[in-house]
Design a protein around this ligand. Structure first.
Ligand SMILES: Cc1cc2nc3c(=O)[nH]c(=O)nc-3n(C[C@H](O)[C@H](O)[C@H](O)COP(=O)(O)OP(=O)(O)OC[C@H]3O[C@@H](n4cnc5c(N)ncnc54)[C@H](O)[C@@H]3O)c2cc1C
Length: 496
């Protein structure tokens, strides 16, 4: 990437991070994932009257977003798409002229499955995370027993909880729908989104919409039915459906999107191989960044946006505010291991008539979920080939990221082989491990975030952004990065 300067180039050529002869205020962004890149872009979009540098510890931008091409397959190491109803990602793509690179999910096969007693069953039509918006598919689904269905329908009669307690997602679902719906449907669905156990997740922090729905309609089933009717009325009134599918992905993978965003930044904004180890406050009110611990002199800045995982932010802020650090360090992170396998289509007997499946813990398997990547989006596999992606983990594998590649491949190929009836070996295999990258919105998360925000409000010129604060999805990260950039400009008094 022409715009990026790596640490070695800078050391050998004596280039300084910021131009000392330039009197414009300096803003530093730490972390070159989607959040940090968006923050940098928003600053550059709003004003030319500042100098911006983005410091990234690694050798490329994108953070957990990374695409790999292997023998004609296009693999995603992290996220493989983003949602469009939360508009920030789509809107950003439009602003950088990237929206024409987005592809929709394959129409007709928008269907997910769940494993039930070793078989794949379709998730009932109209079931959105935890709100059934159609009754008949729930009554006829083979996923639940007759008693489980009866208990689910009785949700209509469950009294509304008006306490303001921080209820766990699992407790909420069991209270409203019963244990079977939780164990067979909602635990695997929610667990695959948040990479964690819903027993520990805070409903208020992860899916507050369902609290509102309970309070507003007295029942999630009633709420889901009403909302569906309203959506249908709106569509027939306007005469048009949604212009985009619910999820979209960059045609050439997530890396193409983050690279396009980085290309829009002013020249030499991105500094690769530049980990920020320490941040200290200057007596003059600005901030000094210690990069790799040995070069602080060039990095006095007026404002900093930290867009790294919270535990990394905590370690860099140890000299600034120990209380803030202890709040940040409290946020737990999950790790994951993903195995991607490419097969010839004729090796797989299953119809692959959906986008993938989730696995309830009750099935006691070694994979948590799998996507049929090449069914979901075009261009992921050569003709007559199929790309499958499995998240390894679950009750039988306690430390998936700690397993060897061989073991991860063996678990994924064996489990996919059983569930999809696959013959023979894959043509390609790829493994990626993510260590402590997915924040867990556990009970008490909202309170902890309030505490963090209150400490940050006492530190003008310092902002935090990322997947800890407003949601874990890409659109949430983009929103968080944009808002941090806007707050920084206000604080340093640069007009937008
Ligand atoms: C496996 C997986 C699948 C996912 N799937 C989806 C999905 O399908 N759709 C969706 O919307 N979301 C998905 N997500 C969530 C989403 O991808 C992430 O929340 C988002 O990409 C996080 O971006 P970020 O920039 O906040 O953090 P990161 O991507 O973690 O970037 C942080 C960056 O900071 C750098 N850094 C850290 N410390 C320092 C330091 N001291 N100095 C300088 N740089 C530093 C890191 O090297 C990294 O590049 C998924 C996440 C994972 C892990």
């Amino acid at each position: 990437m022409a715009i990026a300067i790596d640490l070695e180039d800078r050391r050998t050529s004596g280039i300084e991070f910021f131009d000392r002869s330039d009197a414009r205020p300096r803003v530093a962004i730490i972390g070159g994932g989607i959040t940090g890149l968006t923050a940098a872009f928003r600053l550059s979009e709003l004003t030319p009257n500042i100098q911006i540098k983005l410091f990234e510890a690694g050798s490329r931008v994108g953070g957990v977003l990374k695409s790999v091409r292997q023998e004609g397959f296009l693999l995603e190491c992290g996220a493989d798409n983003f949602i469009t109803i939360t508009p920030e990602a789509l809107d950003l793509c439009r602003r950088i002229g990237f929206d024409n690179q987005l592809v929709r999910t394959n129409t007709g096969l928008r269907q997910a499955m769940v494993v039930r007693k070793g078989r794949l069953c379709k998730i009932p039509d109209g079931f959105i995370i935890m709100a059934p918006s159609k009754i008949w598919p729930m009554i006829t689904t083979p996923i639940l027993s007759p008693l489980g269905k009866l208990r689910l329908v009785l949700e209509y009669l469950v009294p509304t909880n008006t306490d303001d307690v921080d209820e766990s997602l699992a407790a909420f679902v069991v209270r409203r729908f019963g244990r079977e719906t939780y164990e067979r449907l909602i635990q695997p669905l929610v667990g695959s989104i948040y990479a964690s156990n819903p027993d520990q997740l805070s409903l208020k922090a992860t899916l507050p919409r369902f609290i509102t729905m309970e309070r507003e309609y007295g029942s999630l089933i009633r709420g889901a039915l009403r909302e569906r009717a309203n959506r249908q009325k709106k569509q027939s009134d306007t005469g048009s459906g949604a212009p985009y599918s619910l999820f979209v992905a960059p045609r050439d993978g997530m890396s193409s999107m983050v690279n396009a965003l980085a290309e829009k930044l002013p020249k030499e904004t991105v500094q690769l191989g530049a980990p920020v180890d320490r941040i200290t406050r200057n007596p003059s009110g600005g901030w000094t960044l210690a990069i790799s611990g040995d070069r602080t002199e060039d990095c006095d800045v007026d404002a900093v946006i930290i867009a790294t995982p919270a535990h990394r932010a905590a370690s860099s802020l140890a000299d600034v505010d120990p209380t803030l650090c202890s709040h940040l360090s409290k946020i737990p992170y999950a790790s994951s291991a993903i195995v991607t396998l490419g097969y010839r289509r004729d090796q797989i007997a299953h119809a692959l008539d959906g986008f993938g499946f989730v696995v309830p813990q009750a099935e006691r398997r070694g994979i948590l979920s799998a996507s049929f990547s090449s069914v979901k989006y075009p261009g992921r596999a050569p003709d007559e080939m199929v790309l499958l992606r499995a998240f390894v983990g679950g009750p039988t594998i306690t430390d998936a990221p700690g397993c060897s590649d061989e073991r991860l491949f063996a678990i994924a190929s064996e489990e996919l082989g059983q569930l999809l009836t696959i013959q023979g070996q894959p043509t390609i295999q790829h493994v990626v491990r993510h260590k402590s990258v997915m924040p867990q919105y556990v009970l008490g998360h909202c309170e902890n975030i309030k505490n963090i925000e209150s400490r940050i409000s006492t530190l003008p010129g310092l902002e935090l952004a990322g997947n800890v604060y407003q949601g874990v999805g890409i659109p949430n990260c983009i929103l968080s990065g944009q808002q941090a950039a806007e707050r920084v400009l206000e604080q340093i008094g640069v007009p937008k």
